[in-house]
Design a protein around this ligand. Sequence first.
Ligand SMILES: Cc1ncc(COP(=O)(O)O)c(C=O)c1O
Length: 368
Amino acid sequence: MSIPFFRYPHLFAQQREEILNAMTAVMDRGAFILQSDLVEFETAIANFTGARHALGVANGTDALIIALRAAGIGPGDEVIVPSHTYVASAASIHFAGATPVLVECGPDHMIDPAAVEAAVTPRTGAIMPVQLNGRTCDMDAIQAIADKHGLAIVEDAAQAIGSRFKGRTAGTFGIAAEISLYPAKILGCFGDGGVLLTNDADMARKMSLLRDHGRDETGLVVTWGLNSRLDNLQAAVLNVKLQQLDAEIARRRAIARMYREGLAGLEDLTLPPGPDGDADHFDVYQNYEIEAGRRDELRAQLEKDGIRTIIQWAGKPVHQFDGLGFKDVHLPFTDRLFTRCFLLPMNTSLTDDEVQYICDRVRRFYAG
Ligand SMILES: Cc1ncc(COP(=O)(O)O)c(C=O)c1O
């Protein structure tokens, strides 16, 4: 068998006719920027997540920058963020003019609330929990720290559409949140895209101005803004994809269940919690990130067996990238995790047989 980490052509093949029809309709109408498909998409996302306001933007990174700026975060402020995240989380803080303060994650790979508490200083303006791998952080603990110190929460829910903590959806906890619509995401478009969520009408207005040149509904420029709109064509594609979002999440959870059963009892491995394992969490499995003591050997054998795996972020958490200026940041837990963690394939193009094959090959490696 040959199992790539991700099958990009599948994104189109899955719903080929519907997508072509939707795109053709947009192009026939000449409806490219800030048109009805975008409004339809934003309404649907607000309904799906339970957020009062949703705004389509050009990508998830822009969404975070816009959310931070609308929340009043800027020069002189520190924002606490885990180092185990995509560089985009920290970069958004940098480009909002503030300083990213990188902290440890815990054994669940999510930001460690104790590390957040320890990193609070008089300059801290916000906490950016990252809802990593399709799981939501312990938002009770994060909220308690934010309340105690009067901090904003700007959620990076790039990887977590539909994930829930105690019944509440990722993206609805803080003052604003971002979800990425990058093609490989659970809800992915055919290029870059992102969506901003907020329950706060004032934030929604500020973010709406920031994404469109500072222009209000009449076209009048009332403040400085960016050009960061989600293309209407992408919104039309997303409206088709939205029809399958529940099924997409259910299939990912089913694959996670198969991995959990198929890889049970292997002492060298640490698996993510199963989909039915924890009443507080509803995980959507953007990624299936496991730990293995013999990781590099195991990955090499899987590669020979035709199974492509990856380590997130090119194998390095943010503080390990030399060019970013975090040489004095020491995060031993995260460093150790990055000698052990990697991702097994997790996407809805995988067949049951392929998941079974992956489990069999992992078992064979440990039996050998
Ligand atoms: C955790 C995390 N944050 C932020 C982003 C940035 O999103 P985008 O690629 O849409 O800018 C991503 C996605 O790639 C991500 O995985």
